[in-house]
Design a protein around this ligand. Structure first.
Ligand SMILES: O=C(O)CCC(=O)C(=O)O
Length: 313
């Protein structure tokens, strides 16, 4: 298994809760600000995790009937009707009320509020699934490279449906990278959705090891990625993005009403907050657009070429 060092994420059992944000302490907020990520244990009761698993199994069943990517499903290369390997359920909150409710879950929003303040807008969601023995890697990237905004008060919440371990392809982040310069996600002048291997060492990464029921939170400018799943266990991770209501996308807002329907807490605004943030725009686009997996396939060399064993001790 990859030699991963990284930083030690504080495990908080009790601690001094931040007022109404009882799930997270001042120490954890400080850790997030310094490192660009945090994990929080026991946010969701297991009954809610089990509901997510049950509904997710239904979508995997439905994916047996498709052989190509659709608006809803992104398929693993080995996907067949006999052995469905659904790699991503896109925008799950649009397809089932269980996911829609999770996007507005108060315990999750309490934690997000501690990081972003009281006025919060949703960016959307995705459910990434790594099937046992072959679920794809996600090449190293920042979310910021895909959607730069007027400020970077933007966070991605990871909700593991399975215990997230190194062996099944845990999400990993590079501590402190969220404070660095804008990173090129281009090759040969074209956006490929990932940084090149030269600029960083996967060995320095911190894996977000979590029991189902906990959540991870990572900053929009954090460099992160994850290895293929070589274990016999699945790794399903529901990802929900949130931003401060005054963070406006640099690509513009095509529909003002739809934009404000994304508010999940507090009040919307028509006054974007402009911060001095470093940006490289995700243009020009590559020949194949689609999910992050499809965009990243156009990289010259995967970070995991030759398998994760390449990074073994
Ligand atoms: O599923 C993962 O491990 C990484 C997810 C991610 O970074 C993404 O989908 O943008």
């Amino acid at each position: 298994m990859a030699a991963i060092s990284g930083v030690v994420i504080p495990y908080v059992d009790g601690g001094e809760p931040m007022g109404q944000f009882s799930m997270i302490t001042q120490e954890q907020v400080g850790f997030y600000n310094d490192n660009g990520f945090i994990t929080v244990e026991d946010v969701l009761p297991m009954s809610e995790v089990e509901e997510l698993r049950r509904v997710t199994d239904e979508f995997v069943e439905l994916s047996r009937s498709v052989t190509e990517h659709t608006d809803r499903f992104d398929l693993e290369p080995g996907h067949t009707p006999e052995r469905p390997m659904l790699r991503r359920l896109k925008e799950p909150q649009k397809h089932h009320e269980v996911y829609a409710r999770m996007l507005r879950n108060d315990r999750i929003l309490d934690v997000v509020e501690a990081l972003l303040g009281p006025n919060i807008r949703s960016i959307g969601a995705k459910l990434n699934m790594k099937s046992p023995e072959g679920g794809s890697q996600v090449e190293w990237h920042t979310d910021w490279a895909f959607y730069p905004h007027t400020n970077d008060d933007i966070v991605e919440v990871g909700i593991p449906l399975d215990d997230m371990e190194l062996e099944n392809g845990a999400l990993m982040g590079l501590a402190g990278s969220h404070r660095g310069p804008a990173l090129s996600h281009h090759e040969n002048g074209v956006f490929v959705g990932a940084v090149s291997r030269d600029g960083f060492d996967i060995e320095d990464a911190t894996p977000f090891l979590l029991k189902a029921g906990g959540i991870s939170l990572h900053h929009v400018r954090l460099l992160h990625g994850s290895a293929p799943n070589l274990s016999t266990r699945p790794r399903r991770l529901l990802l929900q993005g949130y931003m401060a209501a005054d963070a406006f996308p640099l690509s513009g807002i095509p529909d003002w009403e739809a934009w404000n329907e994304r508010m999940v807490r507090g009040e919307p605004t028509n006054e974007p907050r402009l911060e001095k943030v470093p940006v490289i725009f995700p243009e020009p686009k590559p020949a194949r657009v689609g999910s992050i997996y499809e965009i990243q396939r156009q990289m010259g060399e995967s970070h995991y070429e030759g398998g994760v064993e390449k990074y073994a001790e």
